[in-house]
Design a protein around this ligand. Structure first.
Ligand code: ZN
Length: 236
């Protein structure tokens, strides 16, 4: 499976099956041969996305081919990240219930287990109100998207206050790995917090040692999630 449109459709459905995307949220893939282009679905619920819904965009987030529906309103996020981060090959924006408590509180989203270490040393936090005042919270303007990209910096995850998260990866499989395990880490942290005990996140040294993703576990998890998608009869 190497066709980028098929991969993007698969990632939409996989991330829905694992509780990261619901009716909203989106995932994109940089063009494998043209770094100035990326693939993203039109505005459609992720579990319903098929390869025919995925279209090619330039880095201004304009479509370069006819779209079979309304364009994704927050597509500027994807173009802004690909422009600012040449190492990023895949991007996901989501509002997973697992991370929302950390988007609406001052409780830091820290890595608390080995897989949570894939967040990197720290999870950046971006608040649209800081630079743009009252908005409807959707990121639809280029300057807003550039601001999110600046907040992501050299990291892999940025929390968007009162909105959701943006996750990046050096490959689609790495992105999916980080997005799913990031939600698992958030769930574990929130549960421990709710239990009222002391929470001990990873040490600085542990964060540094777990941040680097290895290919074997990333591939293993992709196969596992694809199998789960297949058993659900949802592979596009
Ligand atoms: Zn959003």
């Amino acid at each position: 499976m190497t066709d980028p449109r098929h991969l993007v459709a698969t990632a939409n459905r996989l991330l829905n099956n694992e509780g990261v995307l619901d009716a909203f949220g989106h995932v994109s893939l940089r063009h494998p041969d043209r770094p100035d282009r990326y693939f993203l679905a039109v505005a459609k619920a992720p579990p319903l996305v098929g390869p025919q819904d995925v279209i090619e965009h330039d880095l201004d987030s304009e479509p370069v081919e006819p779209a079979p529906g309304r364009l994704c309103s927050e597509r500027v996020l994807h173009g802004a990240i690909y422009r600012s981060r040449p190492d990023v090959m895949a991007v996901c924006h989501h509002h997973a219930p697992a991370i929302m408590p950390f988007c609406i509180s001052d409780i830091p989203l820290e890595p608390v287990n080995q897989l949570g270490g894939t967040f990197g040393a720290a999870v950046a936090v971006w608040d649209s109100h800081d630079a743009f005042g009252d908005t409807n919270l959707l990121v639809t303007r280029q300057d807003e998207a550039d601001s999110v990209a600046a907040s992501l910096g050299a990291g892999w995850t940025v929390l968007m206050k009162r909105h959701g998260a943006l996750v990046a990866g050096r490959s689609l499989k790495e992105l999916v790995f980080r997005a799913v395990h990031g939600c698992d880490n958030a769930r574990a942290l929130a549960t421990a917090r709710a239990m009222g005990g002391h929470v001990s996140p990873l040490t600085e040294g542990e964060r540094a040692l777990t941040a680097e993703l290895r290919e074997a576990p990333v591939a293993r998890c992709w196969d596992y999630w694809i199998d789960r998608l297949d058993r659900a009869g949802r592979v596009p």
